[in-house]
Design a protein around this ligand. Structure first.
Ligand SMILES: Nc1nc2c(ncn2[C@@H]2O[C@H](COP(=O)(O)OP(=O)(O)OP(=O)(O)O)[C@@H](O)[C@H]2O)c(=O)[nH]1
Ligand SMILES: [Mg+2]
Length: 207
């Protein structure tokens, strides 16, 4: 271990870091949580689905060991959170995803509670990754509300401009939109693992 890495360990206030993964529905939060879980602890965290509000409970994975190049060894607790939405319409689950009315109403109730749980989870995190789908326009109330809440709590924010593998992805627009608000914007593909090293090094530098 070099001197710089040792120095950073002793200067760091905390070696156990709670890393929250937050953001809009379907942005790829659980895909990212699972990739990080596999990379750092050989475990996945939750189910991924194209149906929105797949994650409706907070899920944690402890003891994810990150050797951040030049920034020492970190013990991360990764927290995957339910997707945040302005409104949940149960009919979407029936019309678009073929669920029964009863299933759809149940999912919508749980999804609404999930939004509240995600907002409550902001209280317990040391570093936040806000996942943004870079194939969708980034200007929306959810992204701004999440980033604004985190900023007001002085929590360091990394925006991951996800899904850069898609042909209509525009990570530059995500960067231009949020660069003044956050510590960094990193283009990634949680699905294929693009740029994960950059993300890991950055986490080490922020805590
Ligand atoms: N092409 C592409 N698809 C992705 C990527 N990351 C996630 N997806 C897809 O996006 C959809 C939603 O992924 P999830 O990881 O469940 O998204 P989430 O943000 O956890 O969703 P909620 O739990 O509903 O809020 C799934 O179909 C994923 O396969 C990516 O980097 N590239
Ligand atoms: Mg999820």
């Amino acid at each position: 271990m070099n001197l710089l890495a040792l120095k950073s360990i002793f200067q760091r206030k905390k070696s156990h870091i709670v890393l929250g993964i937050v953001g809009e529905i379907n942005a790829g939060k659980t895909t990212l949580a699972n990739r990080m879980g596999m990379d750092l602890a050989n475990q996945t965290i939750g189910n991924v689905s194209e149906v929105p509000h797949e994650t409706r409970e907070i899920a944690k994975l402890e003891n994810c060991i990150l050797d951040a190049n030049g920034h020492g060894r970190l013990n991360l607790t990764i927290v995957d959170t339910p997707g945040i939405a302005n409104a949940v319409d149960y009919r979407v689950f029936m019309e678009r995803y073929g669920m029964t009315k009863a299933e759809s109403i149940q999912r919508a109730k749980e999804a609404t509670m999930g939004v509240i749980k995600a907002i409550e989870a902001l209280e317990m995190i040391d570093v936040a990754i806000v996942v943004v789908d870079s194939a969708r326009p980034p200007f929306n109330q959810v992204n701004w509300m999440v980033i604004g809440s985190l900023r007001s709590k002085n929590i360091p924010i990394i925006v991951c401009a996800n899904k850069v593998d898609l042909p209509d992805a525009d990570p530059q627009l995500v960067l231009d939109t949020f660069r003044d608000q956050v510590a960094a914007v990193i283009p990634i593909s949680a699905l294929y693992g693009d740029n994960m090293d950059q993300l890991y090094n950055l986490i080490g530098s922020l805590v």
